[in-house]
Design a binder for this molecule. Sequence first.
Ligand SMILES: O=C1O[C@H](COP(=O)(O)O)[C@@H](O)[C@H](O)[C@H]1O
Length: 260
Amino acid sequence: MSGPTAVVHRDSSALAKATAARIATVLVDAQSARGSASIVLTGGGIGVAVLAELARAPVRDAVDWRRLDVWWGDERFLPDGDSERNETQARSALLDHVAADPERVHAMPPSDGPDGADPEYAAERYAAALARAARPEDHGPVPTFDVCLLGIGPDSHVASLFPEQPALYEDERSVVAVRGAPKPPPTRISLTFPAIRAAREVWVLASGEGKADAVRLALSGAGPTQVPAAGARGRSRTLFLLDRDAAARLPEEFAAPGQM
Ligand SMILES: O=C1O[C@H](COP(=O)(O)O)[C@@H](O)[C@H](O)[C@H]1O
């Protein structure tokens, strides 16, 4: 796993634009090197803003959207089309505006889907889809995602891995149901740490002063049980992509003069 690097942008708009450009570059590079690319999307304010910027950016035309697998890091377990679903928001921000292959857009099941309102079955279904997509060279039950985007909550949750919850201890399953989440809605589906850590690159996105303490803790050597974002690491690279407000309390070793 790679140690994290922090990159600080002037404000949330610059953060969203720069991250959109980064995504396009990573996807183009992956398609050039391996024929296709894969990305894990996040929900949340800055995560969806990044997708909207990517939809607007001319560089989006450099990506071959049909050779892309789209996965989600977590989902709010709500009916299909609910405006609070991460899938619904990602579709309206980006996926409805590009020529993605519907067969390669792998949304997490909704609460009125084939498993009904049972998030455990829905989590198993998603884990099975990931396992089918994994190839022998992936060495595990999930594909080696090219990039996994994660938001971070003020409580330092990433995906739907909340502090002190049982999902944090999962070391076998790639996807779990989460019940009793402290942030609504209480029922969710989430990738686990082993699935997140299968990604080549993990990017934690944070905007706003309300995230500054969570970012500081995640970069201060805290344990992932108390500070889940501290456990989000990529195989090759881990980036914390921040605006100045979210970076306001960075540990000294991350606060490079050129970034502030
Ligand atoms: O509920 C969720 O929240 C987090 C962070 O959201 P934000 O609006 O505070 O940035 C997000 O990462 C996660 O995917 C989502 O389900």
